[in-house]
Design a protein around this ligand. Structure first.
Ligand code: NAI
Ligand code: 15L
Length: 285
């Protein structure tokens, strides 16, 4: 047998060993109309009997094993009704880019409070929170950060994700609600530029990561960087070994093509120097 073929079989076998299973009866996923919500929708159906999907924007109609429940995260009564009956939450909903303070306050800060308060009232015990690399955006691309590195948000958006991480810690310490704060790098079909060679997270690895967070016996309050197995990386996940996430994809296969289509980096440009890339220059700050 050709050695490449053998290694492919080994990879598939390893993947099967970590196979997703229906660990939850009802899972809630917010942000279902967004990029990651749409990518995870078919995948997360493997993790539960019923997947409840929510967003403020229009969503595709419910299929078998799904419930579609529109809600504005900034509306407490709506969020309370949304969370009722769910065992765990995958929280993608909210503003996902640097913007003015007002929408970020409503969706990401008031929205995070509403979600955790609803989780407390309904006895939800586990949340996977889509945090962001922009919590750490003002570290340099020559720094390596881990779960204990102090946050250095690169804007209001990163700051709101730092708030989400903090409120999740409060609800863990007071009420025992476990959360994985997943500092997602760049989760798109392919890395779009040289920076994303370090931050890229494939959709399949994101699903593996969420599955690991949902199924690890004791999650606690954990911070984990969400990237694939990229050779160049600014993130050290040694404090998240208990989650058992093992990425199987890598941005390395895109490196040559990305270098060919992108210019030499200007090392005086803050977007090149800092981990947050272009986010460090956007907005009124
Ligand atoms: P997205 O912008 O495509 O999706 C976010 C969804 O949240 C949208 O469908 C939007 O309608 C919904 N939303 C916004 N405000 C809302 C509100 N007040 N109430 C209810 N729903 C509301 O973003 P994407 O890329 O799918 O990201 C999902 C999550 O992951 C976001 O929280 C984002 O911050 C986080 N993330 C994503 C990364 C990525 O590379 N895609 C990287 C780092 C973090
Ligand atoms: C994020 O937090 C954003 O949600 C996403 O759209 C990307 O911009 C990503 O970070 C990134 O840093 O590439």
């Amino acid at each position: 047998m050709d050695p490449t073929e053998f290694s492919d079989i080994q990879k598939t076998a390893k993947d099967l060993l970590r196979m997703t299973f229906r660990s939850h009866s009802k899972l809630l996923m917010t942000g279902a109309a967004g990029g990651l919500g749409q990518a995870m929708r078919p995948r997360l159906q493997q993790n539960c009997d019923v997947l409840r999907l929510s967003d403020i924007s229009p969503m595709a109609a419910a299929q078998t094993g799904e419930e579609v429940v529109p809600a504005d995260l900034s509306d407490f009564e709506a969020v309370k009704a949304l969370v009722a009956g769910c065992e765990a939450i995958v929280h993608f909903g909210g503003v996902s880019t640097e913007q003015a303070w007002a929408p970020i306050l409503q969706a990401n800060i008031i929205g995070a409070y509403n979600l955790y308060e609803a989780a407390r009232l309904h006895g939800v015990k586990r949340v996977i929170f889509a945090s962001s690399n922009h919590v750490m955006g003002f570290y340099r691309q020559s720094d390596v950060v881990d779960a204990l590195s102090p946050p250095r948000p690169d804007g209001f958006y990163g700051l709101s994700k730092a708030f989400g991480e903090d409120i999740s810690r409060l609800y863990f310490d007071r009420y025992g609600i476990e959360t994985a704060c997943v500092r997602i790098g760049s989760s798109f079909p392919e890395p779009r530029d040289r920076r994303m060679l370090a931050t890229w997270l494939s959709y399949d690895d994101l699903h593996r990561l969420i599955t690991a967070c949902l199924t690890t016996p004791v999650l606690g309050h954990s911070i984990i960087y969400g990237t694939s197995d990229n050779s160049v990386s600014w993130y050290d996940n040694h404090l998240a070994k208990h989650i058992g996430y093992r990425p199987l994809d890598s941005s390395d296969v895109f490196r040559e093509a990305v270098y060919a289509r992108t210019p030499e980096p200007d090392l005086t440009d803050p977007a090149v120097l800092y981990q947050g890339g272009g986010f460090v220059k956007i907005g009124p700050l």
